[in-house]
Design a protein around this ligand. Sequence first.
Ligand code: LLP
Length: 440
Amino acid sequence: MKNNGVAVGLFGDLAVDKHRLTVGGCYASDLAREYGTPLYVFDVDRAVKTAKSYVDVLAREYPDFTVCYASKAFCCAGIYSLLAPLGLGADVVSGGELYTAIKGGMSPSKIYFHGNNKTESEIAFALENGVECFVVDSERELELMEKLAQKPQNVLVRVNPGVEAHTHRFIQTTTVDSKFGFSIADGTAESFIRALGARKNVRFVGIACHIGSQIFEKQSFEIAIDKMTDFISRLNELGIAVERLDLGGGFGIHYIEQDLPLTPERYMTDSARYLVKAIEKRGIRPPHLIVEPGRSIVGEAGITLYTVGAIKTIKDVKTYAAVDGGMFDNPRVALYDADYTAVVADRADAAGDREYDIAGKCCESGDVLIRSAKLPELHAGDVLAVLSTGAYHYSMASNYNRNAVPPVVAVKNGRSAYMVKPQTYDDITRNDVIPMFSED
Ligand code: LLP
């Protein structure tokens, strides 16, 4: 089904039935009516299918692995209850993500704790809960671990292989000037790992990298694999065994028609095969492989529904259509200049013969969700669906302008249920205190 030249079918399992957009077997506009807008909608089967495909590909292609879902993409208890039964682990980067993962039923024995500046209380909390592994990114973290751990704790060392993947510079993580990891090229990674042997309560198990996010070129992953396996050979020469290799996440998804990602199956199959060859070529022992997909599991499983309100034409310039959401539910446009596709929920296959800037309702000129969107004529009250919003939307939402973070509704086989309940004004003000000072 096409809208403004965009096949809705490119986006997950969305379909159009009698001109109406459906997701998880539910009509989008019915969900908007039942739950109100703005509303995040999450297609459970779509996310489960992709997560399972990572596990299936690796089970076929690689001897020993863990697929760790990158929590930062979409973190709420419900997501772990879907992914843990499939055998996935989780990557967390804060005490809050760790707490949520455990609450959602993820076993700490499958949790990898990342982050470039874990606090003392976060480290203590993770140790108490017995997380499987820390991905260490500083000397300071080792000092804290020595102080707090009661027994040797597994650690991976975050290294920077120096791969410049083609993506927005704010979501690129392994350029030379990155705050993440120790550089392989300048020898810091090697000296950090050598010194680690002298630390107590720290057990070095391997190395980790993450080259960036929303990456389309599989060559970027291949370069990373070459650099990481070269580094494993080097460590082996020094007599240091590398039991685990964490290659991070980063596989890209569709936001607009011009985005041409490979399927997760293809990315993973090709990367796993490339890794197997790289290992054979260097004669190293196959490490336990960890991959950390986030966006590619949840991104296309999500859409956001809005209601169109004010429409304002600036003569000879442009027409704004304002919706009841904005940068509080999607900060990615303001942050990364991200592009999106939108359809009118009940006219999903209508020709996009008008052009609108879809504005949010926040008090910021930059609060625009889509620039120059090609859509049919819009009217106040239309439900607008923005596609591919399952990753880094709910997890990056804020209460800016004291707007409530929208609820998340899960859909499956024509049924719907809350995954995250709506925030009330009471929730928003729950921690507000009018300060009182004693009069002395
Ligand atoms: N592993 C590590 C260590 C990471 O830092 C990340 C993402 C991932 C895995 C998951 O990457 P994914 O498969 O989702 O691409 N807020 C940005 C994305 C930041 C990604 C940060 N790290 C956005 O909205 O595009």
